[in-house]
Every structure is written in C-alpha cells, then in structure tokens.
Write a protein that binds this ligand. Structure first.
Ligand SMILES: Cc1ncc(C[n+]2csc(CCOP(=O)(O)OP(=O)(O)O)c2C)c(N)n1
Ligand SMILES: [Mg+2]
Length: 559
C-alpha cells in the first residue's frame, strides 16, 4: 500500500471519528456484539467501572462472588455453548484469585477472552493502588496471549486479536489489560471484525501411513480423549471403533467422555500410572490414542510405557501434546476430521470378532450400611436418573463408583477438569446450567462434588440461586480428604496431618448462599431429595453422609 493511500485511510478514519464521536467504549461493545460475546462473567472493581458503565440492555452480566468461580463458570458456559466467552476481572487482584481456574481453562482448552481493568494511563508511572505493574507476567504461563494495548484506540483491535488467538486450536484463555481511562477516548471508528478457523484437517500422506499401520495391526486398542467430544466426533468415534472391532478405553483422567460407556466395546478408563497402564494393554500390538495426551498419569508406579511388542499412534490438534508424548508417532489434526479420514481409508475388519463387554459386578449389601457406602448412595440416586442429564464430576475417591451406577451415554453430558485443581466443578456446573437455560434445552446438571472439594468455590452457589439454575449438587460427605489417604498409602508417607475434615456443615453452607440444602442419610431420603430437586426451580444441595472406605489409588491389574 502506498504512503498516500495509507494517509488517506487514516484521514478518513479521523473524519469518521469526528463525525460519529464514537468512543472506544462504543466501538468495543459493537465489536463484542458482532462476536456474540454478550454474556460477561465477572466480579467488578473500580478499574472496570468505566467499561461497565451504562451496561447495554442486550448484554448480561453474570456476577460471581470470587474470581476462581467466575472463570470456572465461564469455562462451563463456553463448553456448553461451544463458543468463546468473555470474562471481566479486577486489575491484578481478580486474575490473582482466578489463576487456578485460568490454569484449568488452559488445560481444558476452553477459549476465554479475559479482560481486566488497569489503573489510569496518566498515573501508571507512579504505581497507584490497583496498578498491575507487570501485566504480561501475571497470568502466564496459563494464557495463550497477553497484552495491554499501547494506546486506547487499539482496545477493540486487541480484543479482536484475543478472540482469534483464543479460538484457534488448541483453544484456550487469553488476557487483555485495559487502562480505565481508555474507554472514553475517541475511537478510530468501528472495529475490524474477522473470522478464523477452529479446526484443521490432517496431512493426507500421514493419514495414509497411519491407516496402513492400523490396518496391519492384528489386535489394536483405542484410547479416546476429550478432543473427540469437543470436535463433535462422538458418532465418528463409535463408527471407527465398530469398523475396527477394537476395545475402547477412555484416556486416563480424561475431562470429557468421548465414547458411550454403555457400548459393548467400552473397556473403562485406562490406568492412571505408567506400569499399570502398559500392563493393562498387554497383548495389543498397536495403541491408537485419539484426542488425548500420551498420557496423563497421576502417581508414579514404575514400568514400561508400552507393553512389549506394541507401538503407539497419537492424533492430537495440539502441537504441544504431540511434542510432549513420551512414546509413539503423532499426527496433528482435529480429532473428528482424523476419525473421518481413517473411516474413509480403512475397510471394515472382518477377520476378528468385536470385543465382548466388560462386566463389573455392582456389589450391594442386602441390608444397607449406616452410613451408606458411596456405591449404595449412587445406586439409589441412579434409580431416578433423568433421560437427559449432565454430570459434573469432582468426587475424587468416589468417581469410579459413581460412573458404575451412572454410565455416560450421550455426548456433551460429562464434564470434569483436565488440571486436577479442585474448586472447578461447582462453578462449572453453574455455567453449564446457565447455558442450558439460555439455549432452552433445560437439561438438569448433576454435580457430584466431594465434601472437601465443595469448600473451594462454595460461593458459586450464590450465582446458581440468583439465576435460578437447575443444578443438583450431590455431596458425598466422608469428612475427609479420602483420596489423599489413598495416595499416602501408595507413596508410603504415614502420619500426614490435615486429612480429616471434622465439623463441616454442607447444608448450612448451601443455605448461606441462598440454595436449599438437604441432608439425606438413607436411600429413601436420597431419592426423595433428588426427586424434589429435579422439580425445583433453582439449585439444591444434597449432602449424603457416607462411610470411610479404604480403597487402592491404583487398583492392581490382573496378571
Ligand atoms: C486447589 C487444590 N488444592 C488442593 C488439592 C489437593 N487435593 C487433591 S484431592 C484432595 C481431597 C479431595 O477431597 P474430597 O473432595 O472430600 O474428596 P474425597 O477424596 O474425600 O473423595 C485435595 C485436597 C487440589 N487438587 N487442588
Ligand atoms: Mg471427602
């Protein structure tokens, strides 16, 4: 572009500015509207008020009482609506509180556009109260991009760029810091609106190579990860597994289900430790991991990464995960597009029968225990399971028992965190329920949250109550950090303090935030409370006292 035409454009923009008197505030709200970012999750402070002033009627501000809850609510909302979401936080204090949930959103690969106020440009040099002196450091390393515009007129452009950065694979949170005196400054006119890709297809040559290796395998096994479900590849995943007649595991500690747990070929979750995982997969000559890291382990249990004689293929849309894989060969691709490419390239296998269903006995006593065991409580609850529910899981030690009674059957109905950072489940459930309400689908959200986990973001109940959201918080109360006790046994670290939680009153805590709380001690009480909660026009917290159980963190794999 010639210097003259550049000057002309700038002059035209300045003329527009003079004519329209458009401010940065107006240009930004118009941009947010154009991008569909009309729901703002936030917790306000003085540095955000110039942005929030005269809040437009077509926007909704969803108030969270603590920033870790705000970000996790937005994460749930974004995952349910499958769209980027705007979060507005307070200067450096807000992101400081929110950091744990920003880290989780990064690992969940949720596109969040986080904006935060900054002190007045005029004063930043003297670092008055609330200044963020180092905006580009605070949210790192858990954002894909962080920026403070060099001048007020760049605010809309920076938000557009943040949107583009957040959405492209791997999606994730981004952060824009905005000085509070920018909003009334004259804008350069309407912001440029752009669109970008949210997925990419695989390299055809590499697909052919992978397809050949899969076809040659005598006994492949599939390990499905969260990228399949996020990419809308649920049906393609079933078709591919049936075509291949291979057993399907979900990836260790996966944050989405990605495969129906009622399917004949479903073999459960792959073990969460090195040795047990390779032991479990013995006999397979090819391990095909689609849409997951290789692997998300938890405790260290020594062993080989792969069983003897096995090779591994990984498909992921995240170059970082491809680089980090500890073994195997990777293909970069959107999970659904890769599955479709494999389906097109690999004929149906006729030479072997489909694997048979794994049967897990549900061992229930004839006379109920007092207090109930977790399995008994979940069994009672599952009798009233609605047809179309959404589950949020943050019940560390009881999770396997829950899924035994409540197998995930459909896409977009199971959520947990990819990070292991407690305090995500309750607010994420609130965000999911808000999305259900707005989308008009009204599926009830059942959030199963441990009594320890419940305490980290309990104030999210306030948002659920104020917004009248159908979230049923089921809290198995064992009065302890049970999973840490299991970890202590595995790691041989006796006498760790602070693993018991006496004196917690979950029901009163719920009531304090405006959510009805019920104590349900028996199977009958559980069913009554759950039936009433399903009919309620708002959240309910059901606290279920359960027995202490000694379980093994990593169950042994049979020889
Ligand atoms: C933010 C955060 N702090 C601490 C931990 C460590 N931690 C992992 S599991 C756990 C206990 C969870 O207890 P609870 O929710 O009661 O489940 P239970 O193990 O009793 O089933 C803790 C404290 C964590 N994961 N995240
Ligand atoms: Mg507990």
């Amino acid at each position: 572009m010639s210097r003259n035409s550049q000057t002309e454009i700038l002059e035209t923009r300045r003329d527009q500015q003079r004519e329209t008197h458009m401010t940065v505030w107006e240009a930004t709200y118009n941009l947010l509207r154009n991008l569909g970012l009309t729901t703002v999750f936030g917790n306000p402070g003085s540095t955000e008020q110039p942005f929030l002033k005269n809040f437009p009627k077509d926007f909704q501000y969803v108030l969270g009482l603590q920033e870790a809850s705000v970000v996790a609510m937005a994460d749930g909302y974004s995952q349910a609506t499958k769209k980027p979401v705007h979060v507005n936080l307070h200067s450096c204090a807000g992101p400081g509180n929110a950091m744990c949930s920003i880290m989780t959103a990064y690992q969940n690969k949720t596109p969040l556009i986080i904006t935060a106020g900054q002190q007045t440009r005029e004063m930043v040099l003297c670092e008055p109260l609330l200044t963020n002196p180092d905006v580009t450091t605070l949210p790192r390393p858990w954002v894909k991009w962080v920026y403070q515009p060099a001048r007020a007129q760049d605010v809309p452009g920076a938000i557009m760029r943040a949107y583009a950065m957040a959405l492209q694979p791997p999606a994730g949170p981004v952060f824009v810091s905005i000085p509070l005196d920018d909003w009334d400054q004259p804008a350069l006119g309407e912001a440029v609106v752009r669109s970008v890709s949210s997925r990419y297809s695989p390299d055809p040559e590499r697909v052919a190579l992978f397809a050949e290796r899969i076809q040659k395998s005598k006994n492949p096994v599939l390990i499905y990860g969260p990228e399949i479900e996020r990419a809308g590849g649920w049906d393609a995943g079933i078709k591919f597994a049936e075509r291949l007649k291979a057993p399907v595991y979900i990836a260790p500690l996966t944050d989405r289900a990605s495969f129906p747990q009622t399917h004949l070929q479903f073999h459960g979750m792959a073990p969460i430790a090195i040795g047990p995982l390779s032991k479990q997969l013995r006999g397979h000559d090819l391990i095909v991991v689609i849409g997951a890291p290789v692997f998300r382990y938890y405790p260290y249990v020594a062993g080989d990464y792969l069983p003897e004689g096995a090779e591994l293929l990984q498909v992921t849309s995240d170059p970082y995960d491809a680089g980090a894989a500890i073994v195997g060969d990777s293909l970069l691709s959107d999970a659904k597009l890769a599955l479709e490419a494999f389906i097109g390239a690999i004929p149906e296998v006729k030479s072997r029968p489909a694997p048979t269903r794994l049967h897990i006995e549900r061992n229930l006593p004839t006379t109920p225990n007092n207090p109930l065991m977790a399995l008994e409580a979940f069994d009672a609850l599952s009798e009233l399971r609605p047809e179309d529910d959404i589950v949020v899981n943050e019940t560390a030690s009881n999770f396997a028992d829950f899924l035994q009674c409540w197998p995930i059957r459909k896409p977009d109905s199971y959520y947990t965190f990819a990070s292991g950072a407690l305090g995500w489940g309750s607010p994420a459930a609130v965000g999911l329920a808000l999305a259900e309400k707005k989308l008009g689908t009204h599926r009830p959200v059942v959030a199963v949250i441990g009594d320890g986990s419940f305490q980290y973001s309990v104030q999210s109940l306030y948002t659920a109550a104020q917004q009248k959201l159908k979230v049923i918080f089921v809290v198995p109360c064992n009065g302890e950090y049970a999973i840490l006790k299991e970890f202590a046994v595995l790691q041989k670290t006796p006498n760790v303090p602070a693993l018991d939680l006496p004196g917690l009153d979950v029901v009163s805590a719920a009531k304090a935030f405006g959510a009805p709380g019920v104590l349900a001690k028996t199977k009958l009480e559980i069913k009554q409370a759950f039936a009433a909660a399903l009919k309620a026009d708002g959240p309910t917290v059901i606290a279920i006292p359960i027995a202490h159980q000694e379980r093994l963190l990593v169950p042994p794999v049979a020889d």
